[in-house]
Design a protein around this ligand. Structure first.
Ligand SMILES: C[S@@+](CC[C@H](N)C(=O)[O-])C[C@H]1O[C@@H](n2cnc3c(N)ncnc32)[C@H](O)[C@@H]1O
Length: 414
């Protein structure tokens, strides 16, 4: 019996062993299938691959430097909270050896103040007559027609933003509340301030921020202390909650009173129908591929395979939002379009297409504001591309690691 038991044991172990390769094989097949159905390329890698393909064509020899900068530590600016104890805030920032880049630029241009009037080139009759850029880096292109007409551009006043000098990668300390319980400054990519500055909000203006959340630019618009009324809109109610928190920490209640600030959650594409010909200034800071975020952060990454369709549809959404912004602007008012993407498809092409749609389908006449003088004024702080067909683009650079930030200004004639 013992021998039999022994042999049945041996038999079992033998069949088990014989079965083993089969099981192993099955397990391998299973794993293999899993592996082929789920190739796990990180979203950040997909973003880099996409940018490598498109940006090496667009920027030529500049791309390796932009790429390295995108992957390196970003620089911040400290937007001074004008509703806090400003003198104390400035003193504290100066102690950290930071400088107000807005003021410094104004001071350098023949001692004029930061709210100096700038002479800016402008182009009449849309954007057909601008030259196409050359494929690689260099200086700005100026078509003869651009030089023919000169118009003054006025910067939004009261904005103070401190940065560390070029090449200095010191980081700001987190802002603290002052005696009035207002936070002293708001840390943001300093290049994000350029569209707000160049929008040129003036005292008494009504302003629409069409895609406002999480609220950095809305906060800057309120810091100008020029908005008679600011409408801050965003389709995402959860992101609007972040905007509310920021305003709560930086802006006194009376400035947020209903007659001065309205927070709404509409689809901005319909704004042209909701409130046409209404605002003096409109900011259209559209959803985009957020290139710096996309090469660094895995979460909420638009280069994820699951969001291919959404990404492909971005230029259309951006165009629709810009057209809505144009229609919401009063004749005589101005529109600022901005993205934090390097992509020409999301930048110049969107502006060109939106101007075409507004002109042909809505009988709106627009003039493109040439922002060359803004580039000249702030070139010590930012690294501008200078070869955009329309608008301006801040390129990330290791010595001035801000951006990307594209912005383009339109003036509505009628
Ligand atoms: C680049 S972010 C805006 C950032 C904001 N201007 C700031 O400075 O903090 C783009 C925003 O557009 C919003 N958005 C996307 N589609 C929209 C739509 N159809 N209408 C209005 N907002 C939209 C997104 O929810 C997102 O908050």
């Amino acid at each position: 019996m013992a021998a039999l038991r022994g042999s049945s044991f041996r038999l079992r172990t033998l069949t088990e062993r014989l079965g083993e390769p089969q099981r192993l094989l099955r397990r391998n097949i299973y794993k293999k299938k899993w592996a082929s159905s789920r190739p796990r390329v990180p979203n950040t890698q997909l973003a880099l691959q996409n940018l490598d393909m498109n940006c090496s064509l667009q920027f030529g020899g500049l791309w390796p430097s932009i790429r390295l900068s995108l992957l390196s530590q970003q620089k911040y600016g400290a937007l001074v909270n004008g509703f806090a104890d400003v003198e104390k805030v400035i003193e504290e920032l100066e102690l950290q050896q930071a400088k107000d880049f807005v003021y410094e630029a104004g001071r350098k241009t023949e001692g004029q103040g930061p709210d100096c009037k700038l002479l800016a080139d402008s182009t009449l009759g849309g954007i057909r007559n601008l030259q196409t850029p050359e494929p690689s880096g260099g200086t700005a292109q100026e078509s003869p027609s651009v030089l023919e007409t000169k118009e003054s551009i006025t910067l939004s006043p009261n904005l103070k933003c401190f940065t560390f000098p070029r090449g200095d990668i010191t980081r700001f300390k987190p802002a603290r509340p002052d005696g009035l319980r207002m936070l002293q400054y708001y840390l943001m990519d300093a290049a994000s301030l350029l569209p707000v500055l160049a929008l040129g909000v003036q005292p008494g203006h009504t302003v629409l921020d069409l895609c406002a959340a999480p609220g950095g630019k809305s906060l800057a618009l309120l810091q100008t202390e020029c908005c008679r009324h600011l409408a801050a809109n965003d389709i995402s109610s959860s992101r609007l909650n972040r905007l509310r928190k920021i305003l709560h920490s930086y802006v006194p209640k009376n400035v947020c009173a209903e007659d001065r600030l309205r927070i709404t959650s509409f689809d901005g594409r319909h704004w042209g129908v909701i409130e046409r010909n209404t605002f003096d200034r409109v900011l259209v800071d559209v959803p985009c591929t957020t290139d710096r975020h996309s090469v660094l952060e895995e979460d909420n990454n638009i280069f994820s395979r699951l969001r291919i369709r959404e990404r492909q549809m971005l230029p259309l959404l951006q165009t629709q939002l810009l057209v809505a912004g144009i229609l919401a602007t009063k004749p005589g008012g101005s529109i600022m379009y901005s993205t934090c993407s390097l992509s020409q498809l999301q930048n110049e092409y969107v502006v060109e297409r939106a101007v075409e749609v507004a002109t042909t389908e809505h009988d709106v006449e627009l003039r493109l504001e040439d922002l060359t003088d803004i580039r000249t004024l702030y070139r010590d702080t930012f690294n501008f591309y200078g070869l955009c067909r329309v608008g301006e683009l801040v390129l990330p650079h290791l010595t001035a690691n801000y951006g990307p930030m594209y912005f383009c200004k339109l003036h509505r004639i009628h």
